[in-house]
Design a protein around this ligand. Sequence first.
Ligand SMILES: *Cc1c(COP(=O)(O)O)cnc(C)c1O
Length: 357
Amino acid sequence: MISFYPGPSKVWDALPRYMQNAWEEGILSVNHRSPEFIQVSRTCIRLLHEKLNIPDNYTILFTSSATESWEIIAQSIIGKEKSLHLYNGAFGEKWFEYTRKITGAASAYPFSPEALPEPGALEVSSDTLLLALTHNETSNGTALPDAFLQEVRMNYPDQLIAVDATSSMGGIKLPFELADIWFASVQKCFGLPAGLAVFVCSPAAVERAQNPGENQHYNSLGYMLKMIEEAQTTYTPNVLGIYLLMRSLQDSPSTEVTHQLLRGRFSGWTSFITGHKDLSFLIKNRELRSSTVIPIEGTPAQVDRLKKTAKAEGLYLGNGYGEWKNTTFRIANFPAHTEREIQQLKDFLSTFNYSSI
Ligand SMILES: *Cc1c(COP(=O)(O)O)cnc(C)c1O
């Protein structure tokens, strides 16, 4: 089965080899305070800086998921202060809901998946501590252009900016310097099994986490930052996950190369979909389409039959999400997919009989 689900998704073809090596090298039983673990963890962090172009003065930590990262931001960064959540889909909304429950002072700024808000007109009160953005909204296949992030950064120099990049980090080149916190779990663009996330902090985010520093939780950010100085975590981490991330980064080209590859494949998908009489993009505004998650519209009966037939042929397509559950299916355009697999899916979509009942 080839998974085109936008997360968890297809893992790297080299994974069985990495896993066998992990077992042979004793990684699966290694102590998380041992020099062996520290070596893997340090190498992984160094490779993240190098391959993803993460600035040297930004700190990289490990969490177990994007969801945990939302919670850490609420607990250790926002605290009792105000946050404003800009979102156009289900993941951004969920992040807002979690934060509201924890801090009691989160506000929502929902916007249309077809149009971006005007950054200058957001009416961010001066006592708002943090702006929360979703870089790639996996539920509807929209992405925030770099120019938008740039404008938000310029308009709100006094706010911290946190960005959920779960379905783009590892595939798309991210403008790290335009925000203070970036995070992503690894079961999407990174092509790895779930249970690990990468959490990136600017110097300003580190400063906020340390002063005065909230210390009520096992995952209080100040405590995590202290431990990561020695390449360690506050609890026994997903050691295998960190090892697999290290191995896959070693074998990956730089983010510029992967970015170009995915953009090229996305433009291939765009020609394919626009040239196909039965398929159309959920998102009509080309400027906002994500290049890593592609939702395609259909009637509920068509979508249902298409997904079932594809699955029977070994191609696992993503369900629609939230309000688009029955009227869309989603295709992941992630780096672990091969040209041959993409062609196989295109062949299927070309020959599928869309009209039969
Ligand atoms: C998948 C996803 C999440 C949730 O990730 P977990 O690893 O399950 O916590 C959060 N945000 C976005 C944008 C996602 O795509």
